[in-house]
Design a binder for this molecule. Structure first.
Ligand SMILES: Cc1cc2nc3c(=O)[nH]c(=O)nc-3n(C[C@H](O)[C@H](O)[C@H](O)COP(=O)(O)OP(=O)(O)OC[C@H]3O[C@@H](n4cnc5c(N)ncnc54)[C@H](O)[C@@H]3O)c2cc1C
Length: 405
């Protein structure tokens, strides 16, 4: 039966949900409070499609590292200490989730989602023909032996999960990048990863989802166990990124989340372009060739839903680059306007996908943190299955939006 589905949020998650839902014969409307030209989190990201990122954000060691980085204004992580009950609850739940058992349980699911997501991108690129995916893999680049040790442990886990990895000493790594000078101890190559220019993908996606109402809002209200709104629909889906928990709260639903702010800097005419996308491991800086441009992205600031630019964090990214890629320096970034985006972060590092038990016509797709682009199409596909009353092709039990209620 064809339904009218109303989706709140026109980022990569909302638009992919709209695209795949419409493909199943439903009528779709997307409402986004931002204007079409306000380029949010789904546009300025690092463009990486990441089967290699199967370890959830909440993992052992994350808290120790966070506490170490907290006191350095140019480090890749910061949490603004504040008496906010929602932040305290989120931090406590994050702490509780950061265990070996959680990683062991979640990693295969995150990997499955990412691999299925990658396959969707390849299929869409072939079918649509108006965006390009680079299937060249991503390299984790380390400039210290300690960093390399850490990445080797992840490489080991990758192999156990069946993912192809190549361990590179400095010489082999430099041979992969013959046009670039590098100061490195070694790295890990993940050939199954891929990357793209997110703005190009988003514009291709927008063309196929014409029913977006930009600069619009819709107010949802509960009527018994159903949701109603000024725009009438059979199903409502919250895809509001970092704002989703506020939308859910208005309906008396508990969806703990914090915004994880990150920055990117895009060189339109870079003096050099790597042959692969890379992550400068110790500095947590992503470097992605995007068509003719080169984008550098990083940092995770838990400072609320605030998009202001903190110059110290941006400086942290700029200063890290020449430590690995000495041909770049401060001058390259002089006239570049930093971009900031808010990653929607759940406490256990897993997305929230599926229906809420409390309302029979309300679902959510959010909480993808650092993997929202990578998981965009597979999320859309799974949500379309949920909305059509089908069994999802990947089991969603551990991603239930009710898991903290
Ligand atoms: C620096 C950086 C680098 C990143 N790199 C990568 C990467 O390489 N690979 C990857 O997979 N991910 C990456 N990410 C993460 C990825 O960008 C996000 O996970 C993803 O964009 C989230 O998409 P979304 O659709 O959930 O949210 P958004 O893109 O934020 O979209 C949510 C939309 O909802 C709208 N909205 C909010 N509230 C309402 C409301 N009440 N009514 C109507 N509309 C509303 C907003 O205006 C917005 O347009 C990165 C993020 C950052 C910051």
């Amino acid at each position: 039966m064809s339904k009218h589905v109303l989706i709140i949020g026109g980022g990569v998650i909302g638009l992919c949900t709209a695209y795949y839902t419409a493909q199943r014969g439903h009528r779709v409307t997307v409402v986004d409070c931002a204007s079409e030209s306000e380029l949010g989190c789904s546009y300025g990201n690092a463009g990486m499609i990441t089967p290699s990122h199967f370890v959830p954000l909440a993992a052992p060691g994350a808290i120790r590292l966070a506490l170490k980085w907290m006191w350095n204004s140019e480090s890749p992580f910061y949490m603004k200490p504040r008496f906010d009950s929602r932040l305290i609850e989120w931090a406590w739940k994050f702490y509780r989730a950061a265990t070996v058992e959680h990683v062991t349980r979640s990693a295969p699911l995150i990997l499955d989602l990412n691999l299925a997501g990658r396959a969707c991108f390849v299929e869409l690129a072939r079918e649509w023909g108006d965006f390009k995916i680079e299937e060249r893999g991503i390299v984790m680049v380390c400039n210290t032996e300690e960093g390399l040790e850490h990445e080797l442990a992840t490489a080991e886990l990758s192999r156990e999960l069946g993912l192809t990895v190549e361990i590179l000493d400095a010489k082999r790594l430099m041979a992969m990048e013959p046009n670039l000078r590098m100061t490195v101890a070694g790295g890990i190559y993940f050939p199954s990863d891929a990357y793209l220019a997110p703005w190009q993908f988003m514009s291709a996606l927008k063309k196929r989802v014409p029913s977006v109402r930009w600069s619009s809002t819709v107010s949802l209200r509960a009527n018994g166990n159903r949701i109603q709104a000024d725009i009438e629909a059979d199903e409502y889906v919250i895809c509001g990124g970092a704002w989703s928990s506020g939308i859910a709260r208005d309906l008396k639903l508990h969806l703990p989340m914090q915004a994880g702010k990150g920055y990117s800097l895009t060189l339109q005419q870079p003096r050099k372009k790597p042959a692969h996308a890379m992550i400068l491991s110790e500095a947590r800086v992503a470097v992605t060739p995007m068509l003719n441009a080169l984008r550098f992205g990083g940092t995770m600031e838990i400072t609320g839903n605030d998009l202001s630019i903190n110059p110290s964090r941006v400086r942290g990214i700029v200063k890290a680059v020449p430590k690995y890629l000495p041909e770049f320096n401060n001058d390259d970034f002089q006239d570049v306007k930093p971009w900031a985006g808010l990653r929607p972060c759940s406490p256990d590092g897993l997305p929230y996908l599926g229906r809420f038990a409390r309302y029979e016509n309300l679902s959510v797709a959010t909480g993808h943190a650092m993997m929202g682009l990578s998981l965009g199409p597979i999320t859309g596909k799974l949500m379309a299955q949920v909305l059509s009353g089908e069994q999802p092709s990947i089991a969603l039990d551990s991603l239930s939006p009710d898991r903290y209620s």
